[in-house]
Design a protein around this ligand. Structure first.
Ligand code: OXD
Ligand code: MN
Length: 605
């Protein structure tokens, strides 16, 4: 690597962590690294060119309480970003990393979070140092890797990341002595992660750079937004047009399924959904046409395996299919047949348990007979088990995926899991109402996630775990940036998860295309909708339901809202918003408007 700043950085950290050797990674190294990882038992073969890995049993997900944003400016402290002063936390992390890679190889991964030629290229250059080969194999799927990305830059404008795995069974996970530290020093563009080899804790391009660092950079420069959003195109074969929707949904709320959607039969003749991204979108305004553009800075998909199957996500099944080179982590593995299985792949676990091991590596056949079929608390796979696939293997990948400019955004949607209050879709009348909706986005905790099942957790813009600066300025930056658009996107809130006594009222998955088509029609004035205090809802005959049978009472419930529940929600929102300092007046006004409309609605019969 030619860049002097790169060389100095590598030199410093190789010496600090005590690494025994340094290796610069490029995609050509993949076959060798796979061989080495197989030989070392870090991965195992899955039939037809795929690979399986198990993580340390206590290292299976991001850890929000051990994740910090550090800067030199106390004004960056927000409610959710776990801000700490840099000078306080830096010595601790450095001390933990000192000598902690002794005897290991330090891999140098130069990467790029954009398409070459992107207007945001300057913020996309990164360098991850890691002492973990499996992390390299993941980064080779999730990011564009190659020394050329760093050799091309002048000076030292790159994000510096250091990942040290640590001695995983000595980290006191979940105790007051927990030594794991995942820190983004956002004003220094430095990321130091110690004590994990899993997912966003270890693949620094994804969440630490792609969301935390990038959203900070976007704010500091005033030039862009970086959000946990999926990004899709909806192509209409009749008109030949494609329109683009970006959407924020809290982690594990179905973004990947939505982005890989295959239209239901009755709509497939006319519409096609194309995949741009399932987890991260960077957004900027192009002054040339005054439109908001978005692109996916990633190169792969790190998707939740649980419940992925031919019905919920046939494209994901193909993306991780034979010959894809995908990695599967913490699912169940059969060491004899070299097959994998996860909860929801098929309705029941394989009946013949011979050779099967659960995600912890324990033989299913060693379980008492009544626990061999799995079930709550005895799952074969971990609820956060994942597949890692390259974008190139996603069957509905958009032709625009490699366009450096990105795609013009027609609509931005927010959605969480809400069992009672949220209608199927409601369009929001203005930019301020849209940003307000994003700030008050919430989702009900599932048993698998943190918090009590069913309890609402606010997750502003679906960025709560990735916020890098304070929420008030966050809202202002949104208003300012999108306010520059001459043709701004429309906003809407969607909810696939209304329930009636536990039964999901809306079939979800492929059918989710229907409300999105309605939104695009609304944006073009082809339908009018019904104006309500919570936004514009579809009139029953405006939603294209061809080929779908839905009980009239269910449809009515999906397309209505309950003022009493919404008044309770508005009171909670008041408290939620009151936490945020420097919240722009537009947000309070949007809130007061909602409250006033709900009060008027209450008076009508
Ligand atoms: C992810 C996450 O891995 O949200 O995308 O945790
Ligand atoms: Mn995510």
């Amino acid at each position: 690597m030619k860049n002097r700043a790169v060389r100095a950085f590598v030199h410093h950290w190789a010496s600090h962590t005590g690494a025994a050797a340094v290796q610069v990674v490029s995609p050509a190294d993949e076959p060798r690294l796979i061989e080495e990882a197989l030989a070392a038992g870090e991965i195992q073969e899955v039939v037809d060119g795929r690979y399986y890995a198990r993580s340390f049993v206590k290292d299976t997900a991001r850890s929000e309480e051990r994740t910090f944003v550090a800067t030199g400016n106390p004004g960056d402290r927000g409610i959710y970003n776990n801000w700490v002063p840099s000078d306080q936390i830096r010595p601790k992390v450095e001390a933990l990393m000192k000598g902690a890679s002794a005897g290991k190889v330090m891999y140098v991964i130069p990467y790029f979070m954009a398409n070459p030629g992107s207007p945001l290229a300057k913020w996309a250059v990164g360098l991850e140092l890691t002492d973990n080969r499996l992390v390299v194999l993941h980064m080779l799927r999730m990011t564009r890797v190659g020394p050329e990305y760093l050799d091309a830059i002048e000076g030292d404008v790159f994000v510096r990341g250091v990942h040290v795995t640590g001695d995983l069974d000595q980290l006191n996970h979940g105790t007051p002595e927990d030594t794991r530290h995942f820190v983004t020093f956002a004003d220094e563009r430095l990321i130091l992660h110690f004590g994990s080899s899993y997912g966003g804790n270890a693949l620094l391009g994804k969440i630490a750079h792609g969301l935390r660092q990038a959203s900070y950079d976007g704010y500091a420069s005033g030039e862009f937004l970086a959000e946990q959003f999926m990004l899709i195109g909806i192509h209409d074969k009749q008109t030949g047009r494609t329109r683009y929707i970006a959407g924020g949904f809290p982690s594990a709320s179905g973004k990947t399924n939505l982005a890989m959607l295959v239209p239901p039969k009755a709509l497939a003749g006319r519409f096609e959904v194309t995949f741009l991204g399932d987890d991260i979108t960077w957004l900027y305004v192009d002054p040339a046409d005054g439109r908001l553009y978005g692109f996916n800075p990633e190169f792969g998909v790190f998707g939740v395996a649980k419940d992925t199957n031919e019905i919920t996500n046939p494209n994901a099944m193909k993306a991780v299919g034979p010959g894809s080179g995908s990695l599967l982590t913490n699912v169940a593995y059969n060491e004899v047949t070299k097959q994998v299985w996860w909860e929801g792949l098929t309705p029941k676990a394989p009946r013949d348990v011979a050779g099967w091991r659960d995600w912890k590596g324990e033989l299913i056949s060693d379980r008492p007979p009544e626990l061999q079929a799995g079930g709550p608390g005895h799952e074969w796979s971990h609820p956060n088990s994942r597949f890692t696939a390259r974008l190139a293997n996603v069957p509905n990948l958009s032709e625009e995926w490699s366009n450096p400019r990105g795609v013009p955004i027609d609509a931005i949607i927010f959605g969480g899991r809400v069992h009672d209050r949220e209608p199927l879709i409601r369009a929001l009348p203005s930019l301020a109402a849209g940003v307000y909706d994003g700030l008050t986005l919430g989702t009900e905790a599932t048993a698998a996630a943190e918090g009590k099942a069913g309890v609402m957790r606010y997750d502003p813009m679906s960025m709560r775990p990735f916020m890098s600066y304070a929420e008030g300025p966050y809202a202002s930056h949104w208003l300012d940036l999108i306010g520059r658009c001459r043709k701004p996107p429309v906003f809407a809130h969607v909810n696939w998860f209304q329930r009636d006594d536990g039964r999901y009222i809306w079939p979800g998955y492929a059918e989710n295309l229907r409300p999105l088509l309605w939104l695009l029609d609304l944006a073009e004035g082809k339908v009018k909708g019904v104006d309500t205090p919570v936004g514009v809802l579809p009139a029953a005959d405006e939603l294209n339901l061809s080929g779908l049978s839905l009980a009239p009472s269910d449809l009515e419930r999906l397309l209505s809202y309950d003022p009493a529940l919404w008044r309770e929600e508005a009171a909670r929102r008041q408290e939620h918003l009151a936490q945020f300092e420097e919240l722009p007046e537009e947000m309070w006004k949007a809130h007061r408007d909602l409250v006033a409309k709900l009060a008027r609605a209450a008076k009508s019969p």
